[in-house]
Design a protein around this ligand. Structure first.
Ligand SMILES: [Zn+2]
Length: 508
């Protein structure tokens, strides 16, 4: 009898332990982890009393284009500080950082002189140079974007010419690698005496609709040679003339200004301090800076308004998360993630207390996927949370890495740099173009994205278990190599791990 009781008790105990262990392993969603009441309130504030579109309208109309390091860039920073204070965030401040060189756009005009005559639509790429004051007149020759090795070697043929980048054959390298090598090509062409280059971001052609797209041509890189983007329609015609063996002659006048030395910028920072672990921080961010052909409503006013609206919804909910949510409007993203790199450097000692960051920066569409920046270990944890969002929006999760925005510095620090990937089919037209205006944004989509951002931020910061801690440099380096990011990071000067992660870790 006694033995039976003992056996039963032992059996029950083992069952309880098993259930407990299972319970720990099985990730919990908002219904089980205690975050649901707050999330319900935040969703209500974020949708029925949203200020997201109002923030974006103000940023677009009252601040407008805001290139990092310019007076309008500073105006955006001041605007961000005022907004964060008005929302009721704590510890609102600007964190200054310095950029290697400032740049402002001047005139950019071009005219086709032969074989027919008409104006050509061009705009200068960011941080590129000028023609002589009265412009230049020159014949146009092509360079094969898909064989830059060869073009760099034979750059002498570009002396006195305007070079038109034109892809021929199949690319031998990834687009990231071509983007990186395009900078080397520009330096070679300049040295050889080319007078200007027609080629957009990474040397690639514009998307059409008679739009040009500006942008930087490397990470914190500037070029003395004038580089312009031409509309797809005009460039296509030049390519047809050249293909038919006709002489193409163009007059071009491009005037830009570099500063003599470094210029200052600042990230805008504000917090909702955690109620239990204020020292542990989850960053919610987007970049405040834009290009200057328009007001940057989709890149990345949309993300900036989302960050502010997310903060607003959480503050108004009256709920305080366990850990601190730090809202950051980064600057210098467009020149090579300069603001977010500066943030990680500035907060080096604090990075061990960070849980990661979440960033929205892919245009004007609804969120379609959480990309966890190589942190495959967190995929399971997001499952129940995303199921809880399913009636708002069906969202996927992956461990993809996005190094093209302010997620990258966090990923490099071993943390989940979480990219909110969006379904934005029109973004290829609005990205860095004159069409990047408020008209491209739908208020309901913005409101929904901002609300998803708010819900995610609160859930991550408030759930009982800490979502993530930084991986070691070794583990991070290995993950990045395994994911095939080494070459790209190396070519952009972002690989800081040396030989780490190159050898399989010894196991005993
Ligand atoms: Zn952007």
């Amino acid at each position: 009898m006694k033995n039976h009781v003992l056996a039963i008790l032992l059996g029950l105990t083992l069952l309880a332990i098993a259930v407990q262990a299972n319970d720990v392993a099985r990730p919990k969603g908002p219904e089980e982890d205690g975050t649901l009441p707050a999330l319900v309130k935040i969703a209500g504030e974020g949708t029925m009393d949203s200020h997201a579109f109002e923030y974006l309208t103000e940023l677009s109309d009252e601040v407008g284009a805001r290139v990092t390091g310019t007076p309008s860039g500073q105006k955006a920073v001041d605007w961000g500080l005022v907004k964060m204070k008005a929302i009721g965030l704590q510890n609102v401040h600007a964190e200054k950082w310095s950029m290697w060189k400032g740049w402002t756009r001047g005139a950019a005009e071009a005219e086709l002189l032969a074989p027919i005559r008409h104006p050509l639509m061009i705009d200068a790429m960011g941080w590129t140079g000028s023609t002589p004051v009265n412009g230049v007149e020159a014949d146009v020759v092509t360079a094969n974007l898909f064989d830059l090795d060869e073009e760099i070697q034979s750059a002498g043929k570009f002396r006195g010419k305007i070079v038109l980048m034109s892809p021929k054959g199949r690319p031998k390298k990834s687009f990231d690698a071509i983007f990186a090598q395009f900078g080397d090509f520009l330096r070679a062409a300049h040295q050889a005496g080319a007078v200007a280059v027609i080629g957009g971001q990474g040397g690639f052609k514009a998307e059409g609709m008679h739009l040009t797209h500006t942008g930087i041509l490397g990470f914190a890189a500037d070029f003395a040679i004038p580089v312009v983007d031409m509309t797809r329609e005009d460039q296509g015609q030049l390519e047809r003339f050249l293909g038919a063996g006709k002489t193409v002659r163009v007059r071009m006048n491009v005037q830009n200004n570099f500063t003599n030395g470094p210029v200052e910028s600042a990230n805008v920072v504000g917090e909702i301090p955690g109620r239990e672990h204020p020292e542990e921080i989850f960053v919610v961010g987007a970049h405040l800076d834009s290009w200057d052909l328009s007001e940057g409503a989709t890149d990345n006013g949309f993300g900036s308004a989302s960050v502010l609206a997310a903060a607003d919804a959480i503050v108004k909910s009256g709920f305080r998360p366990r850990r601190t949510i730090r809202f950051v409007l980064f600057t210098g993203e467009e020149q090579g993630l300069l603001g977010s790199l500066a943030y990680v450097k500035e907060h080096e000692g604090e990075m061990k207390n960070h849980l990661g960051d979440i960033v929205l920066d892919f245009g004007q569409g609804p969120i379609k996927e959480f990309q966890l920046g190589g942190r495959g270990d967190l995929l399971l944890a997001f499952g129940p949370f995303l199921r809880a969002l399913a009636n708002i929006r069906e969202i996927q999760v992956s461990d993809k890495i996005e190094i093209g925005t302010d997620t990258a510095p966090f990923t490099l620090a071993g943390l989940p740099g979480i990219n909110l990937d969006q379904d934005s089919p029109d973004y290829k037209y609005t990205n860095h173009s004159a069409a990047d205006a408020l008209e491209a944004v739908k208020p309901d989509v913005l409101t929904q994205d901002a609300t998803v951002m708010a819900l995610t931020a609160f859930w991550v910061a408030d759930r009982q278990e800490r979502l993530a801690s930084p991986w070691s440099a070794e583990k991070t380096a290995k993950m990045l190599r395994d994911k095939g990011e080494y070459d790209t990071l190396k070519s952009f000067g972002l690989w800081t791990f040396g030989e780490l992660g190159a050898e399989p870790t010894a196991t005993n």
